[in-house]
Design a protein around this ligand. Structure first.
Ligand SMILES: [Ca+2]
Ligand SMILES: [Ca+2]
Ligand SMILES: [Ca+2]
Ligand SMILES: [Ca+2]
Length: 265
């Protein structure tokens, strides 16, 4: 059976890090590096983000806490130490990303809070470059970054107050919002899940939108789980949605066939 990995695996991320910093590959660290830990025990935390090492090659990572604070931790010998704390961002930190949202060749830190605030931070000095006005959105339940239009940079895709939004990060405006106002998704993934050559936006509460034209392609009668990943496990070159329920139970969905894979043969 052939398995096509649609997501960048943890191993690939570690490998990419070692390629980018070959010195790290030659000297085996006494303890696992943050990258290794993050790809193991800490993998999957939405509010932990490995940042590129400092100029002195010190590993660092960003943590957003439930009280509304961001913390930067830097490697110091056998441990990490806090080197920076943000002002209070007025709500539980709900997700962190690193991407060049404004197409200036520098990566920004993108932060969103549960109560509807979005911040762009400079990834070297952590200064706030931009934040959305208070009150634009009441609650943001999910976000991801993906290029879903003709301009080069990634857009912010998020679910707020029941709707899916596509937001331009460079010029900071809403490109599109869904007519559907009953969306409750807590995770968003993007991929060509039906094999037609165009990407879909898959929401874990069962909505599937065309990423480019934003038509509702399917609304599954059942949700896809709290956590999803894309993986082609039946060798038809179309990734299935692997959905995790209650933190452990897996179900597999063929979006192209509009159904859950049956158990057994
Ligand atoms: Ca940038
Ligand atoms: Ca774009
Ligand atoms: Ca498709
Ligand atoms: Ca498949």
């Amino acid at each position: 059976m052939k398995i096509n990995l649609q997501h960048v695996s943890g191993v690939a991320l570690v490998a990419a890090h070692l390629l980018a910093f070959p010195a790290a590959a030659q000297v085996a660290p006494a303890i696992p590096s943050f990258y290794q830990m993050a790809r193991g025990a800490l993998d999957g935390f939405d509010c932990l983000l490995a940042l590129p090492p400092t100029e002195e090659e010190r590993e660092r990572f960003l943590l957003g806490d439930a009280h509304g604070f961001l913390h930067v931790y830097q490697r110091r010998e056998q441990a990490y130490e806090e080197v920076w704390v943000s002002e209070n961002l007025e709500g539980p930190i709900a997700g962190l990303f690193l991407a060049d949202v404004n197409l200036d060749a520098l990566d920004e830190i993108v932060v969103y809070t549960e109560n509807g605030r979005i911040y762009f931070l400079d990834s070297t000095n952590y200064h706030t470059l931009w934040s959305n006005p208070r009150g634009d959105y009441g609650t943001i339940t999910a976000m991801t970054l993906h290029n879903v239009d003709d301009d080069e940079q990634v857009e912010l895709l998020f679910v707020a107050d029941g709707r899916l939004y596509i937001y331009d990060g460079r010029d900071q405006f809403e490109e599109w919002r869904s007519d559907q106002d009953n969306i409750t998704a807590t995770q968003i993934i993007v991929g060509d899940v039906d094999g037609d050559g165009a990407e879909e936006i898959v929401l874990n509460d069962g909505f599937v939108f065309d990423a480019r034209y934003r038509d509702l392609e399917w609304q599954s009668p059942e949700p896809f789980g709290e956590r999803m990943a894309l993986l082609d496990i039946d060798d038809d070159t179309i990734p299935e949605v692997i959905g995790e329920f209650q933190g452990r139970f897996l179900r597999i969905f063929d979006i192209d066939l509009r159904r859950m894979k049956a158990g057994g043969r």
